[in-house]
Design a protein around this ligand. Structure first.
Ligand code: DC
Length: 218
């Protein structure tokens, strides 16, 4: 199964690059962050306390999350824009720190990819935990000021404020006990600060082909 794991902090360019790489490879793209955002949306919708692990996990279990290119549907409602708001940004790292939620979403992610025969999978723990045997594992980074500027270009706001919010989310994501944001020992570290999107996608595409040739598949 062809699986490319793309991990890294917020604003490193993961979504754009993962999506383009998936198109280039002809495999589906899975944004696992959108799943954590969808559960966070459901918790806020239902007034569930995001610190209550049991209740949030029960909600994660019964929430119907449908991911298709550029669209996220939760229990039949299109929440594509809603899950990117500041309200969700501020709560999602807390929900993502709950082990009960992580194990449910991890299973869903493996099923999603296995039923489609592979994919480019983007998140924080894909190469370390979800798909430790991925064909290629990439850890995308960019300098903090570059990441903040990219987020502002996408959705507006004040650079300093966004930089602080990103730093706080990265701190929470890297210090939680269950599958924190971390580099896999066998991942390729890629700093995208001074590269164009096309350069990164070209390089990663080459690496996948090369990896498969070495593994005897290509
Ligand atoms: O990639 P993103 O910003 O949409 O991710 C939203 C949050 O979900 C982020 O704070 C970290 C968390 N997340 C995670 O813990 N594990 C993943 N595989 C993907 C995202």
């Amino acid at each position: 199964m062809r699986v490319v794991a793309i991990d890294g902090p917020a604003g490193a360019g993961k979504s754009t690059i993962a999506q383009l790489l998936a198109d280039r490879l002809g495999v589906p793209y899975l944004d696992t962050g959108a799943m954590y955002r969808a559960v966070t949306f459901a918790a806020l919708r239902d007034g569930v306390d995001t610190r209550n692990e049991g209740e949030v996990a029960a909600l994660a279990q019964k929430t119907r999350i449908e991911l298709s290119p550029g669209r996220v549907v939760v229990d039949g409602a299109d929440v594509t824009a809603e899950i990117r708001t500041q309200r969700i940004n501020a709560a999602v790292s807390h929900v993502a720190a709950l082990s009960g939620v992580r194990s449910i979403l991890r299973n869903a992610q493996r099923l999603w990819v296995e039923s489609r025969g592979g994919g480019v999978v983007e998140g924080r723990d894909i190469g370390t935990v979800v798909f430790p045997d991925a064909t290629l594992k990439v850890f995308l980074t960019a300098r903090p000021e570059v990441r903040a500027r990219r987020r502002v270009a996408e959705s507006g706001g004040d650079v300093d404020e966004i930089a602080r919010a990103i730093a706080e989310r990265d701190r929470l994501d890297s210090t939680r006990s269950d599958s924190p944001l971390a580099t896999a020992a066998d991942s390729i570290q890629f700093d995208t600060s001074d590269l164009t999107i096309d350069q990164v996608v070209d390089d990663l595409h080459r690496m996948v082909i090369e990896k498969e040739r070495i593994n005897g598949r290509g």
